[in-house]
Design a protein around this ligand. Structure first.
Ligand SMILES: Cc1cc2nc3c(=O)[nH]c(=O)nc-3n(C[C@H](O)[C@H](O)[C@H](O)COP(=O)(O)OP(=O)(O)OC[C@H]3O[C@@H](n4cnc5c(N)ncnc54)[C@H](O)[C@@H]3O)c2cc1C
Length: 477
């Protein structure tokens, strides 16, 4: 066994929660190590975690490519562009996806190095006394002692109990991003964010996609008006979303998978080429904690933390998807930065009320703050302003005029309480709402802020005006 090397901070996990923790800690003048166990399908190691290797980035690469393919086939004609003889080169599309991932993950290694962080590939296990034993990819064991240790080991896909992943017919979201051929018939279990994004990719590329969702409502976490509008667009794309469909089993064989489920009409079954299980993710703590660390897991397997991400064991913290809260990369990043600042004795705060959500379908869906249903349940008196993209010159010019911006503000104070967008670049537009709300802006603040013309952002300006029935570019109702 080698000697123990001392660090100010040892971070276990180099995903979007772990690597920002390490970089900010190093920026704060601390001696930092970041350990990551990620192994790609080719066996190679990489920083970046699920997000960069198997989640946010590869999915967005394929969403972009497949959307261009779809638009070339179905929307270019409206611009007067007649494209004939279009062919799909999926191998090239997948190569582009892989190149982007490689570039981004390599970039993280470079960022860690430039910040002075010691990056290590291997599996870290926390022992009492904040000693982290790292088993390297070559089997060599190194011992690190952290004045502070941050756990950022993330999550893994949840299989259905009766349907273990086989990597061939029954695949997880990562496998679904690396398919070498477009399946003829595909079933996605789960109409959550990941299921909808993956379903959209393969539907646009030509697969028949059937999505089975156990819940009776689509996107129940979103504002109802947004979810209703989204359902129309998914239908138009040809996604066959079956709600209230509870999967009871599946049988893979050499020709496909037969999937059994029950819905309001009783027992149903279908046969598909591939089955993607996208029912959620669970925290990953396998091999992370030795006996006696004092770090506790809750009943769902999340590392227990307080509102500052402290575990209760002295100087041991946990951030990202291994702890409670929305499973989003930007949530983990902010937690990591806050912990690194707190370790350095600085002020830090994560505003859990203002974490934006984005679904990168077409049109995009994004929101921040409270929905109408939440405001009604909380008996908060609110006003609502809606502006349709059909009235936006920029959206019309883009041939992307579906959807709307809805702004909810308190009747009593005019504070913005929620912004809900479905439409072009909704994921970008929501940032303005987040900033406004973070500064406790009012609808009037947005009304008095000059927005360039013609831009999509004007829709937010107009929605703020509409909340007081003062929209200029739409009829006030
Ligand atoms: C298909 C898909 C699409 C997604 N799209 C989005 C999106 O658009 N926007 C968004 O915000 N979120 C998205 N997400 C979610 C996002 O990927 C996660 O929120 C994010 O990756 C969580 O970050 P994390 O650092 O907590 O965990 P992870 O990214 O899972 O990273 C944890 C890292 O820790 C390593 N590790 C685990 N145990 C150990 C150990 N003992 N020792 C050393 N290393 C260890 C793992 O190998 C991994 O590299 C998507 C997820 C999926 C699956």
């Amino acid at each position: 066994m080698s000697e123990t090397v001392d660090y100010d901070v040892v971070v276990i996990g180099g995903g979007p929660a772990g690597y920002p923790t390490a970089i900010r800690a190093a920026q704060n003048g601390l001696k930092v190590a970041c350990v990551d166990a990620w192994r790609n399908h080719d066996g190679g190691s990489a920083f970046g975690g699920t997000c960069l290797n198997a989640g946010c980035i590869p999915s967005k690469a394929l969403l972009e490519s497949s959307e261009l393919w779809h638009r070339a086939q179905h929307e270019f004609a409206a611009h007067g562009i007649r494209a004939s003889g279009l062919t799909l080169d999926l191998a090239a599309m997948q190569k582009r996806r892989a190149t982007i991932v490689k570039g981004m993950t390599g970039g993280i290694a470079a960022l860690l190095k430039a910040a002075g962080v010691t990056g290590m590939f291997g599996s870290g296990k926390l022992h009492p006394g904040r000693v982290v034993e790292v088993t390297g990819t070559d089997g060599k064991v190194t011992r690190l002692r952290g004045r502070h240790v941050v756990l950022a080991s993330g999550s893994v896909p949840t299989p259905l109990k009766s349907l273990p992943f086989d990597g061939q017919r029954i695949i997880d979201s990562w496998g679904a991003l690396e398919l070498p051929e477009v399946p003829k018939r595909l079933c996605v279990i789960g109409a959550g964010v990941i299921g909808l994004e993956l379903g959209s990719v393969w539907r646009r590329l030509g697969a028949e996609v059937i999505t089975l969702e156990a819940l009776d409502a689509l996107l129940p976490m979103a504002d109802t008006q947004l979810a209703t509008e989204a359902a129309k667009h998914f239908k138009k794309l040809g996604l066959d979303i079956r709600l209230g469909a509870k999967v009871s089993g599946a049988q893979p064989d050499k020709d496909g998978v037969s999937v059994r489920y029950t819905d309001a009409n009783g027992e149903q079954s279908l046969v598909v080429d591939k089955l993607i299980v996208a029912i959620g993710r669970r925290p990953f703590t396998e091999g992370l904690l030795a006996e006696g660390t004092g770090v506790r897991l809750d009943e769902r397997g999340f590392v227990q933390v307080d509102e500052h991400c402290a575990t209760g064991t002295e100087n041991v913290w946990a951030v990202g998807e291994v702890v409670r809260g929305p499973m989003l990369a930007h949530k983990g990043k902010e937690e990591g930065i806050a912990v690194a600042d707190r370790i350095a004795g600085k002020y830090a705060h994560v505003n859990y009320d203002l974490i934006p959500s984005v679904i990168y379908t077409a049109p995009e869906i994004a929101w921040v703050g409270q929905t109408e249903a939440q405001l009604q349940a909380a008996k908060i008196d609110y006003k609502s302003g809606v502006f349709p993209f059909a009235a936006s010159g920029r959206a019309r010019a883009m041939e992307a005029s579906s959807g709307f911006v809805k702004l909810l503000a308190a009747k009593a104070t005019d504070d913005i309480l929620g912004v809900h967008i479905i439409g072009p670049m909704a994921g970008e537009l929501i940032a303005e709402a987040v900033v406004a709300m973070e500064f406790r802006g009012s609808a009037e603040d947005l009304q008095r802020t000059i927005h360039a013309h013609p831009t999509l952002a004007e829709a937010l300006h107009e929605a703020a005006l509409a909340a007081d029935k003062r929209a200029i570019d739409n009829i006030n109702r």
